[in-house]
Structures are given as C-alpha cells and as structure tokens.
Design a protein around this ligand. Structure first.
Ligand code: S3P
Length: 442
C-alpha cells in the first residue's frame, strides 16, 4: 500500500507521450505467440497487466523477449501449438489477460489453472465459461464461477454461433480466440459494437475475419478456424483510456494546453473525447492516420472555461466503458447536472466502479445520486472541496481519477493505494507532474 497525494496545481502545458494501449498490447503478445516466426512489437505497454500476459504466453510455450533496443519480440508456436503450462497462470489484476487466455487455452487440448489477485478473483467468469463449454471446453471452478479456475480444452473443438448477453470485447475475443483452433466457422453476435482490436489485429496477421452489420444495429463477427497467422510487426499506439487522465486534468485548469501524440482513436474507443466535447471541451484530433489497422491521431486539449453538465448518450457506453470514473471527475467540476445511464457493467470492473466513484466523490463534497446502473452528478462549475483520502479497492482507474480531481480541489485528495496504477500507466505520476501537476507519494 502506498498513499499518494494530489495537491491543487496551476495550468497544464506541454507534450506527453502516453504509454501503449493496454488492449492492443495484450493482443500483440498473444497473437504474436500464435504465429510461426518472429513478430516485432514497438510501443508495448510495460504495465503489470501486460507483463502477466507475456509470462502466461511463455508458460504456454512461446518465446517472448525484450531486446536492448526497447522492442519486444515474440516467436510463436502456431495455432494448435500451445503446450500445457507447468504451473498455474498468475493473472494478477488483469481481466483482459484472464478472459482472452481462457479462450485460447479452452480452444487447445491442454489444461491450465488461472489465479489472480483479490480484485480479479471477485470478477465474473461465467460470461466466458458458458460459450466455451458450448465449444467443448471443461471447467473446474468455484460455485460462483470465479478464479481460481481450471480449464481443459477438448480433443475436438466445436465452432459455434453465439450471441453475447453482455456487450463485452473480452467475451467476443475469448470466443474468437478459441475459434481460431476449431474446424468450421465461429461467429459472435454482439448487440452493441465493442472495441474491435481482436478483429483488426487478426486481419493484420493475415487471418480472414468478417464483420457484418445485422438488423437492429447488431454485428456478426466470424472467422474460419485453423487459418495460419503470419508473423509481422506491430506498432502499439498510445492508450486513449490513459490519455483521458491528463486530458481531463487540462480541462480542469484555466489556460491549459497539452498535446498527446499518437493515441488510438477509433470510433470503438473515442467515446470519452466525444462526450467531453459535448460538455464544451476544446479537443481536436490532428494527423489522423491508420497504423496496423488502427485509427491513430495526436490529441490536442485546450482549456476553454468550465465544462457543462450533459446527459451522456447510453449508446456510447461501450466506446468509453473504462472512462466513466474520469468522466465523473469532470462532471464533478462541470456547470450543471451530468447523467450517466446504462452503466451496470461498471459494477464488475476491477472494483465496483459506480460505488467507488460515488463514495469517493461524496467524501469530496459532491452532490450526486446513484442507482443500480446509473449515476447523476451535480456541480456549479467549480471543483468540490476535496480534503479526503479515497479508497481505491485495487482499481487503477479509481486511483488515477481521484488524483486528477485533487489537482483542482482546494484541499488535497489522497488515495489509499497507488500500487494498482502500475497495472496500466506505470509512469502516471511523473508524466502528470511534467505537465504541471503536484502529485507525490507519501
Ligand atoms: C477490454 C475490454 C473491456 C474493457 C477492458 C479491456 C479488452 O472489458 O473494460 O479494460 O481489452 O477487450 P469488457 O469486455 O469486459 O467490457
């Protein structure tokens, strides 16, 4: 446990290089390990979550190394080539590593046990167990289908068509990854489009993946199994979820202007920026380009006065699912009321984020109401009082969100544990301070 304190600062200025996108980094290591040959990865996020993926892929037989030039290289084992690990796969705090790798192991005729920290061991796994059982995988798990669990892939994997009951890129990806080793076509139907890094990166590695829009705004994503992945190179762009922390900090301080180069900004990930613009923020995307199939841009954030409260479009939730904690901090300083609805999934993230945000904000003096799947925040265009220590419950995004709020409150905000920040944004404190913040470990 390390207490971190954030004190009020002046405006933010400069350029900040945000670490690599977490979702893309996990997939680069996993998919590189499924090719036959060498894949070179630049810009990989070296956060704890991604390092857990690297270690697990080594346990499953791939060779993964970081070279002196800072690049990561994988030497894959090919689809169907994973070997049974000697030891349990320790996933730490990482839901993405766990769910995607359960899919990968469940699609191979091997057995592996997954373990994790207290936060991960409380998260639902039934959502991946159900479709993988349909494909023939076998699970030994606790009664409530949580970690630790053991999965054994079948001799003969069945390709399935599956409609996901929750909008989840992790569930979609777990099924597609299992389907890579099945005979025939595996199809996932999602009712709301979620992040599509799996589809894009598989295509980048030469796998044919099709996405078809169905009636009612649903999407069918399909792949034929047992295609070979061709090794290649991946340049991981900056993480838009991490970039949202300095972006909101800049929006809370008059006179701020910051540049965040090389950020992933596809329409499956940019919901926070669209929402902040609706709140009146001056945010522009420059040098828009495509990199390994992903839309990338430099993000310029300028403060142009207080934000205003809005009703956040619930259709946008999947494209900003990880950004509600930081949006809530912006809302706590905005003029008027901000309503967020359709956000029940926040309750099963690294923590119950709805509850942690609501409790933390209340302790900072914010007026709000919360329901099972909604949160309404009232403010008058000024930052709340602050002056409290917020509980973070092993949740990196709760930790970073309240440290951002503390840059604007009259009294400092502390968080009870800064350790989880290392899972996704190891240089967060240094980077924020270089832009002008005053954040320090106690
Ligand atoms: C992720 C998908 C999302 C997101 C998580 C990363 C991914 O989870 O919250 O941080 O990389 O696929 P869900 O699929 O559970 O919504």
């Amino acid at each position: 446990m390390s207490i971190v304190i954030s004190k009020k600062c002046e405006s933010l200025h400069g350029q900040a290089r945000i670490p690599g996108d977490k979702s893309i980094s996990h997939r680069a290591l996993m998919f590189g390990a499924l090719t036959i040959g060498e894949t070179m990865i630049s810009g990989l996020l070296e956060g704890e979550d991604v390092l857990h993926t690297a270690e697990a892929m080594r346990g499953l037989g791939a060779k993964i190394e970081k070279s002196a030039d800072g690049l990561w290289r994988t030497w894959g084992v090919g689809i169907g080539g994973l070997r049974e690990p000697d030891n349990p796969l320790e996933m730490g705090n990482s839901g993405t590593s766990t769910r995607l790798l359960i899919g990968l192991v469940g699609g191979h005729n091997i057995k592996a046990t997954f373990t994790g920290d207290a936060s991960l061991s409380g998260r639902p796994m039934k959502r991946v167990i159900t479709p993988l059982e349909m494909m023939g995988a076998n699970f030994e798990a606790t009664d409530d289908d949580k970690l630790p669990l053991t999965v054994t892939g079948p001799d003969d994997l069945l390709a399935i068509e599956y409609e996901t009951p929750v909008a989840s890129a992790q569930v979609k990806s777990a099924i597609l990854l299992a389907g890579l080793n099945a005979r025939g076509t595996t199809t996932v139907i999602e009712s709301k489009p979620t992040r599509d890094h799996t589809e894009k990166m598989l295509q980048h590695f030469g796998v044919e993946v099709t996405t078809k829009e169905l009636e009612g705004g649903r999407y069918a994503i399909a792949l034929v199994g047992q295609q070979e992945l061709q090794p290649g190179a991946i340049d991981v762009p900056g993480d838009p979820s991490s970039a949202a922390f300095p972006a909101v900090a800049a929006l809370l301080h008059e006179g701020s202007e910051i540049t965040l180069p090389n950020i992933a900004v596809s329409d499956r990930r940019n919901g926070i920026y669209i929402t902040l613009r609706e709140m009146g923020a001056d945010i522009t995307f420059e040098n828009e380009r495509i990199q390994a199939g992903e839309a990338v841009a430099d993000i310029i954030v300028k403060n142009s006065g207080p934000l205003k409260g809005i009703d956040v479009d619930p259709a946008r939730v999947p494209s900003m699912i990880d950004e509600f904690p930081i949006l809530a901090m912006a809302a706590a300083c905005a003029n008027g009321t901000t309503k967020m609805t359709g956000i029940a999934e926040l309750r099963v993230k690294e923590s119950d984020r709805l509850l942690m945000v609501a409790e933390g904000l209340k302790a900072c003096g914010v007026e709000l109401e919360m329901g099972e799947d909604w949160l309404t925040i009232h403010s008058n265009g000024k930052a709340p009082k602050g002056g409290t220590t917020v509980k973070t419950a092993l949740d990196h995004r709760i930790a970073m969100s309240f440290l951002v709020l503390g840059t604007a409150t009259d009294e400092p905000i502390s968080i009870d544990d800064g350790e989880p920040i290392k899972t996704s944004f190891p240089n967060f404190i240094t980077l924020m301070n270089e832009l002008g913040c005053n954040i320090s470990e106690d």
